[in-house]
Design a protein around this ligand. Structure first.
Ligand code: ZN
Ligand code: ZN
Length: 342
């Protein structure tokens, strides 16, 4: 049973170590790439950098500019112009918990998203308007910190009949209401897009999901500064490092214990074979009590336990000891030597 527990614990921790190692490596790769990233504002400097680069592209760069739709903008329920709109509805419930008290819970009922093609333009004046840097497929980008909540409405559930209340109490779940939230990426927001930047033969600039040779890198649209993004990944990297060290050490501890037990069992089997070969064919006939195994009472005492020094069992009973402890003094047995009591 103890072996089963240790093997299961080892497998779980070794698996977690592997997952954490991959996450740590990926995070480190992103952090290293962010550390050496080139930053540009949409404009002539970006165009020059693209012209000077190989194949007219920058594998991973940060471009900042003002959000502008390529064609018609989306109009939010509050009348704001936007290029991305998320609408989601969450149901609020009261649930009976195991402790028979009531707690709150939420459930996503539905969500929709609308995107229109958009790009980034230099935030400068209208006289020298730079061409748009078009964001290709923004649905693949991390948009978490660029969305603004423009509307949130909570609609309470209608009053129920007595029977309805009774049924809810029986079922242990009561709906309180529905909350609908609208989030948008407004036209005119100042953003930084981090991704692959390409200049096509028709002269347009495109920012898209990176396909970097060093591995997976995220496509990010953010209102944060590059230093703040780097700081976020640094904290993440440190957390993964600490978790990796902790879980890896636990996996190592269990691996060591399993290995030591395996070596121990191997040694016991070898010593047992040697002793059984030399066993007196007359068994315990003529032996004094102090020479007979205290566990089975049917074989002579045959093993000297290290380090406690007791000679109290036969080699068969030693091999069957589940807890690896001396039956007399309960000290852990590290090793056993063949013993012959004259
Ligand atoms: Zn015995
Ligand atoms: Zn002992």
């Amino acid at each position: 049973m103890e072996n089963f527990f240790e093997e299961t614990a080892f497998i779980i921790h070794a698996g977690l170590t592997g997952i954490l190692f991959i996450a740590y490596k990926e995070c480190k790769n992103i952090f290293n790439n962010l550390n050496k990233i080139q930053t540009f504002e949409v404009g002539s400097k970006l165009v020059s950098a693209l012209d000077a680069s190989s194949a007219g592209s920058l594998e991973y760069a940060a471009i900042s500019g003002k959000v502008e739709p390529i064609s018609e903008a989306i109009i939010s329920s509050q009348g704001n112009q936007a290029v991305v709109k998320f609408l989601f509805s969450v149901g609020h419930f009261r649930n009976r918990l195991f402790s028979a008290t009531w707690g709150a819970s939420e459930n996503l009922l539905y969500s929709t998203s609308t995107f229109v093609p958009f790009g980034l333009r230099s935030p400068g004046g209208f006289l020298h308007r730079s061409p748009l840097a078009i964001i290709d497929d923004p649905t693949t980008a991390d948009l978490t910190n660029v969305l603004t909540t423009v509307g949130s409405q909570f609609v309470e559930s209608e009053n129920m009949s007595m029977l309805g209340h009774f049924m809810n109490i029986l079922a242990g779940k009561q709906k309180l209401g529905t909350e609908t939230t609208e989030k948008i990426l407004p036209v005119g927001s100042i953003l930084t897009a981090i991704g692959r930047v390409t200049r096509l033969p028709d002269g347009t600039t495109h920012i898209s999901h990176p396909q970097h040779p060093s591995g997976h890198l995220p496509f990010i649209l953010t209102t944060m500064s590059i230093d703040d993004i780097k700081a976020t990944y640094k904290v993440q990297l440190r957390s993964f490092g600490v978790a990796l060290l902790l879980v890896g050490s636990i996996a190592g501890f269990f691996a060591m214990r399993i290995f030591c037990k395996w070596v121990f069992c191997f040694c016991v089997k070898k010593i047992r074979r040697d002793i059984v070969k030399k066993r007196n064919p007359n068994g315990i006939a003529g032996l004094h009590d102090s020479q007979i195994c205290i566990t089975c009472l049917s074989n002579p005492r045959e093993v000297l336990f290290v380090p406690c020094g007791h000679i109290c069992t036969c080699v068969d009973c030693w091999a069957k000891l589940q807890d690896y402890r001396c039956p007399v003094c309960r000290d852990y047995i590290i090793y056993g030597y063949p013993a012959f009591i004259p």
